[in-house]
Write a protein that binds this ligand. Structure first.
Ligand SMILES: [Cu+2]
Length: 167
């Protein structure tokens, strides 16, 4: 699936690049200021190469694969106005934790925050879907769960927490 998406994205980027190249070529052919056209063409290709490098460098790990197998710890979390139901309050450090995220009512945002207040990851909880995200916690401690999607008058109070502990 990821390879298919990557190939489609690369083909579409090639189509866009070829389209730009055709347009630039047509403009350059018409202009009498060939020096300006040449500089413009060079700048265009520098930007194309830069864009490809940034895209490949920043998106090559996307989308994240969902972890499966024996070593994966499953955690089921359900959002409802205005609380979370998390089926475990203790997850192991250094292991893959697969969060299965669901909601009973409206959309919620499942955000996990570490002790320093840094957002580690977040995922939408959507009615009718079980969304999955895998995360490996590297540090022991208490982690907070907040709602990151405005879901009604009690949204601000939709907090929970769990502990990351030794196995
Ligand atoms: Cu909310």
């Amino acid at each position: 699936m990821q390879m298919t998406i990557l190939i489609i994205a690369l083909v579409l980027m090639a189509v866009v690049a070829l389209t730009f190249w055709r347009v630039v070529s047509a403009v350059n052919a018409e202009t009498s200021l060939s020096n300006v056209g040449s500089r413009r063409s060079t700048l265009f290709w520098v930007l194309v190469v830069f864009g490809i490098l940034v895209t490949v460098g920043s998106l090559h790990q996307w989308p994240h694969t969902v972890a499966t197998g024996d070593g994966v710890v499953q955690v089921n979390a359900t959002g409802a106005q205005w609380s979370w139901e998390i089926d475990t309050q203790k997850v192991p450090v250094g292991k893959k934790v697969l969060f299965n995220l669901h909601t009973k009512d409206v959309n919620h945002g499942f955000g996990v925050i570490d002790q320093s207040g840094r957002l580690l990851f977040q995922m939408q909880a959507m009615p009718g879907y079980i969304n999955k995200v895998t995360y490996v916690f590297d540090e022991l401690g208490q982690y907070k769960v907040i709602c990151m999607e405005f879901c009604g008058i009690g949204h601000h109070d939709m907090n929970d927490e769990f502990e990351v502990a030794e196995n």
